[in-house]
Design a protein around this ligand. Structure first.
Ligand SMILES: [Zn+2]
Ligand SMILES: [Zn+2]
Length: 450
């Protein structure tokens, strides 16, 4: 069996499952992507002849009529025309334009008629709509906008990622004596930046008790749909947001967004409702104070901006002797946020330190250990050794530790040849006890003779 590579045609949008209202919502979304502003879907308020009102960047008013049907005839154009005239009368200082969008086709007659009227209406049929989506880089699946992007926070190269591991490693005590094997791997985690406004009033029998208006930003994890954790949000989204296009060779490292844009927005709105619900105390007609929980409705929330973006995350796999270490970190330009850094984690007690400088590496096994699990060779005063491999020698009370066997042997010889006082001085614990004891005797004598 061979491979047959077919030239991909632009597939028609699969919109059959949508009802009229969902179709309008989709068109509103496409218009937002096209850069229109102040988009309102009005059909639910039974406005005749227009489903969406929006503005272009110059502040012109644009009325959009959406027809999720096979054929659109002349009456639809006439109706929108009427709505445009009405809108013009209301805003004499603004230009009013019209667009009709259909998933089907416009009849010949309607197209001829449209050319004759004073202000031509823009007609977008199914094919044009399809092309528009393609231009905007929108993938519509079952009427929902799939999230696709090539934007990532400014990333580093694989060499830079390996250099980071080497740099950290060289700061570890005795690290420079080793030559670790490092493999690195890049992935892009998906996230969505959502900017919103929320405006709503709460009424009770005594009238309006609360006028609420706020705006905010929510960052969601493109995989779980949940709010992104605080550390990651802070790292990427505070300060300047500096992005770049993902290089073609790295595009296969993108982890796909798990949800459609619609679903992500829906979930975000749930978080926003929770975030902006609040209690208000008010006085009733009977002079009794009540507490009302003011909760925004979904339509009170306006998504101003929806920006999908990738977060570069690197994994370094580091091998030293038989030991294995992993580092995982996010990258934003020249900064890193470590999710995991085993080069700063003691292989014996698993405690993590803030600095590489706090760690030492055992030359016998390659374990990186914390200050509590390292000994320094007593004779050469520099070679570290983990507490598992430290060679100990018991003096009278104190233990001395050695990294090298020959140093232990050498020291044993030295110890044998010492006299009592040299040995006493050598055994710091025994020496300390003697001094302490002598001091106590002195105190007793003083107290006896004074
Ligand atoms: Zn430790
Ligand atoms: Zn060791």
């Amino acid at each position: 069996m061979g491979f047959v590579i077919k030239k991909m045609k632009i597939k028609p949008l699969m919109l059959d499952g949508l009802d009229g209202y969902q179709f309008e919502e989709l068109i509103a979304k496409i218009m937002k992507k096209k850069g229109f502003e102040k988009i309102r879907v009005t059909s639910k308020s039974h406005d005749v002849g227009k489903d969406i009102i929006m503005e272009d960047s110059k502040g012109n008013i644009i009325l959009v009529e959406c027809k999720h049907q096979n054929f659109v005839g002349r009456p639809v154009i006439q109706k929108l025309q009427g709505a445009m005239n009405h809108e013009e009368d209301r805003h004499s200082n603004k230009e009013v334009k019209g667009i009709i969008v259909t998933s089907g086709k416009f009849s010949k007659e309607s197209q001829t008629y449209n050319k004759q009227i004073r202000q031509e209406i823009e007609l977008i049929d199914g094919r044009k709509l399809n092309r528009l989506c393609k231009e905007l880089n929108l993938i519509i699946l079952n009427g929902k906008v799939q999230i696709l992007t090539n934007d990532s926070f400014r990333n580093i190269s694989a060499k830079d990622a390996i250099d980071l591991a080497n740099k950290g490693f060289s700061k570890i005590y005795w690290g420079r004596m080793h030559n670790p094997k490092i493999k690195t791997n890049l992935e892009f985690n998906p996230a969505c930046y959502i900017k919103y406004n929320v405006n709503f009033n709460t009424y009770t029998s005594v009238g309006c008790i609360d006028e609420y208006s706020d705006s905010g930003i929510i960052i969601t994890d493109g995989l779980s749909g949940e709010e992104l954790d605080e550390d990651t949000t802070e790292f990427f989204f505070s300060g300047r947001i500096d992005t770049e296009k993902i290089k073609e060779k790295d595009e296969n490292k993108k982890i796909s967004f798990e949800f459609t844009e619609n679903d992500t927005e829906e979930q975000a709105i749930d978080f926003i409702i929770k975030e902006h619900s609040h209690n208000v105390n008010y006085m009733g007609d009977n002079n009794v104070t009540y507490t009302k929980n003011c909760i925004p409705k979904r339509r009170d929330i306006d998504i101003k901006q929806f920006v999908p973006v990738y977060l570069p995350v690197w994994t370094n796999e580091i091998d030293i002797m038989k030991m294995h270490y992993t580092q995982e970190f996010y990258v934003k330009g020249s900064k890193q946020l470590y999710l995991n850094d085993e080069l700063r984690k003691c292989k014996i007690c698993e405690r993590e330190k803030d600095e590489y400088e706090d760690m030492s590496i055992c030359p016998e096994c390659g374990r990186i250990v914390c200050p509590s699990h390292v000994k320094i060779d007593y004779l050469d005063k520099e070679t570290p050794i983990c507490t598992i491999h430290a060679k100990s020698f018991n003096l009278w009370i104190q233990n001395k530790y050695f990294a090298k066997k020959e140093n232990l042997k050498e020291y044993k010889k030295q110890w044998e040849s010492m006299n009592f006082f040299q040995k006493l001085f050598e055994d710091k614990i025994a020496f300390g006890l003697c001094i302490g004891g002598a001091f106590i005797i002195l105190l007793i004598l003083i107290s006896l003779f004074s």
